[in-house]
Write a protein that binds this ligand. Sequence first.
Ligand code: TXA
Ligand code: MG
Length: 332
Amino acid sequence: MLISADEAVARLDRGDLVALPTETVYGLAGLALSPETVKKIFALKGRSSTNPLIIHLADLKSAEKLAVFNNLARQVCKVFWPGPLTIVLTKKTCVPNEITGGGNTVAIRSPLHPLFREILKTLGKPLAAPSANPSNRTSPTQASHIKELFGSDCPPTVDGGNCKFGLESTVLDLSAGKPRILRYGPITPEEIENVLSIPVQTPLPERLTNNQPSKSPGSEKLHYAPRTPFFLHQTIEEIRLNRPSSEDLLLLPQKSDLPKDMDWLSSRTLYFSFHGKPEEIAFNLYKTLIQADKRNAQRLLALLPNTNTELCLAIRDRMTRACNRNGSIAKN
Ligand code: TXA
Ligand code: MG
């Protein structure tokens, strides 16, 4: 059911859940400081209660009421808020343990989407909002995705059109002195270093080798996954070695990635972008995965974008963790 922003405020205020647009992906929102509401979010997503949620607020002033700020945090927030940057800081006691998964840090961000901001301002209370998808599934970047992902459990939704970035916010841990990226996203490590003038630690690109637990529980390996068996490849040659058939679906970064001799697969190919521009790939990534899942293919054979922009770190990270076969890039 689609609802207005005013209706969303009324429902949120009485402790109900509502799906809201943000500039990154749609969020499943509820009152952040209400343990009862936070429990409803975990239940609807089927998410482990130890995987903490992000608190969304209107501005730095409201954020300082919930978290212990330091100078590094103030500097990045002044530049990147409102926007797709989440920071992790030591929590203040008013933040319920339910939302932090029992931990003593809290993740906060001030979103940019005008509808989300309007709702925050009218409501006057912070909102918890994980991505509006059942746990481990692809994040929604348009209102119709939420219905497709949740079916009859779909929460009432405010339609804010397509999400501008299409990838979840960058998560930056500033709780322990040294800045550390916990999740790649639209704000790149370089942009943060330029503001802080000190090095920012980054996770291993693509996390292909790790078996060690992550500091950010939501960054575990399998995530964002389509239901169809999804294989990831570094080159088109690797896809060829996988002997694609007309039962498969190819997912390619751009139009020119389909070689002439594979033209017979053109009706079985979806593209993340026309020219391979990273912003466009990011914008279309989840939309294309959700669309691909509806085609009843035997396998999704996807090619990683090979540009070296920092935004591609986030794209490659999400694609790698969406890979639900063997948990790694297909070798052949
Ligand atoms: O763009 C976004 O961030 C979207 C929109 C809706 O704002 N939200 C989102 O939330 O992606 P979620 O819950 O799907 O992902 C939040 C990530 C998870 O990986 C979680 O483990 C991590 O942030 N996180 C939350 N609180 C944390 C904390 N205190 N310490 C470390 N990681 C934390
Ligand atoms: Mg999520």
